[in-house]
Design a protein around this ligand. Structure first.
Ligand SMILES: C[S@@+](CC[C@H](N)C(=O)[O-])C[C@H]1O[C@@H](n2cnc3c(N)ncnc32)[C@H](O)[C@@H]1O
Length: 383
């Protein structure tokens, strides 16, 4: 398993670029949304008036909430809640929420777990972690890891845990992260050009831009943002005197971009690319998926939500590989003789019409899920 940063190697297919704008295809559907939903403390979009179409790709709601929690528990659906009476499945076991955020998925999962169950939650973000820690003080079933989910096996081993019953992840960034201009994720709110999910370590985008060369920057914009005008935009960015303001950076990209699309800020893809790169988002997903095989019990469930094709393709291919026992043809790689099938036939679920009309962000979401088979993990497996 490699924990190294995934570097752009080959050019990504431009056809996938369509997916990136999916979440802004119907900006008129968005009305006012600046409130944080307090119902389940679910991370919620802001007041509708605040939302601009260009930011929709970042806005996060607790998407596919019921479906994901049912999937990680291995049940078809959750029990109906009646007024004043919370019906729980009371399931025991050890579960992981790899992306706590504000705990929307975690809280619903906890409501279905027995008193002797354990829920380990991960997040890179220090604010998300303080919310998780507060929850842990009230609910002794919760244990908190401030680290990347790419450290899954090691972090669990440090707690004495070597196998789990379910893993869920809701990838990407959260609404509170985009809402806070000082984090640098938004090109609509001014702030430092940071974009780190974990502000306690690592290099900010501004620091990286100071040293990166034009070509590497262009490759990042193309590979992780599928930005067709990456070279021109990279040149313009590198001509800036400093990288202190997200609004200035967005303006430079806007001026350099020759081909604006309706309803979409021309900096959308470049900001996405820099964010994915600086947080090693795709490398972390690969590492997490690879570790799901040895850590999941036989019959354990994997449930992952993604919001763009770069992530979804990885999850789909991983599950295909390990459910069909098909591996890419590469004569340089050792092929295991019996090609193990570690997962059952994977399933994919999208949001309902009701959900997408309530939360436009959900439109580009896919939940992929599969059950771990009883095939013992072989160290030699090419993951
Ligand atoms: C889309 S939000 C999750 C929202 C959450 N499901 C909820 O209901 O509140 C994604 C969260 O994952 C975190 N995150 C993203 N990549 C991560 C990684 N590699 N390791 C740990 N946390 C990560 C982000 O900091 C963010 O808080």
């Amino acid at each position: 398993m490699s924990l190294s940063k995934s570097k752009p190697k080959s050019k990504a297919s431009p056809s996938a670029a369509a997916d990136l704008s999916e979440s802004v295809s119907n900006p008129s559907a968005v009305k006012d949304a600046s409130t944080q939903d307090v119902d389940l403390d679910v991370t919620h979009a802001r007041h509708e008036g605040d939302i601009t179409s260009d930011e929709l790709s970042f806005v996060h709601d607790a998407v596919l909430l019921q479906e994901t929690v049912a999937a990680v528990l291995g049940v078809k659906s959750l029990p109906k809640q009646t007024e004043g009476d919370q019906n729980s499945l009371n399931i025991s076991g050890i579960y992981v929420d790899a992306t706590f955020g504000r705990g929307g998925h975690s809280r619903l999962l906890l409501s279905q777990l027995a008193d002797d169950a354990t829920l380990i939650v991960f997040d890179k973000d220090p604010t998300a972690i303080s919310v998780a820690q507060e929850l842990a003080t009230k609910d002794s079933r919760v244990r908190v890891v401030h680290d990347s989910f790419a450290t899954l096996t090691d972090s669990l081993a440090a707690m004495g845990i070597t196998e789990v019953d379910g893993l869920m992840a809701d990838l990407g960034i959260s609404s509170p992260q985009i809402d806070d201009g000082s984090r640098g994720f938004s090109f609509m709110r001014d702030g430092a050009v940071d974009m780190r999910m974990d502000t306690s370590r690592g290099q900010s985008v501004a620091e990286w831009l100071e040293t990166v060369d034009d070509e590497t920057l262009a490759n990042v914009l193309y590979e992780f943002g599928e930005e067709r005008h990456s070279r021109r935009i990279a040149r313009a960015i590198k001509q800036m005197e400093s990288y202190e303001s997200t609004l200035e950076l967005a303006e430079v990209i806007k001026v350099a971009h020759p081909n604006w699309q309706r309803g979409k800020h021309p900096a959308t893809q470049s900001f996405q690319a820099m964010r994915i790169f600086i947080n090693n988002e795709l490398g972390d997903v690969d590492d997490f998926l690879a570790q799901s095989i040895p850590i999941l019990k036989s019959g354990g469930q994997l449930a992952v939500i993604s919001f763009h094709s770069l992530e979804d393709r990885r999850i789909k291919q991983f599950l295909q590989r390990h459910s069909k026992g098909q591996y890419p043809e590469d004569e340089n790689l050792p092929m295991p003789p019996n090609r193990p099938r570690y997962f059952s036939k994977p399933k994919r679920v999208g949001p309902s019409k009701a959900e997408t009309s309530q939360n436009p962000r959900a439109r580009s979401a896919w939940l992929r899920m599969a059950t771990r088979t009883d095939t013992a993990y072989e160290q030699t497996t090419q993951l």
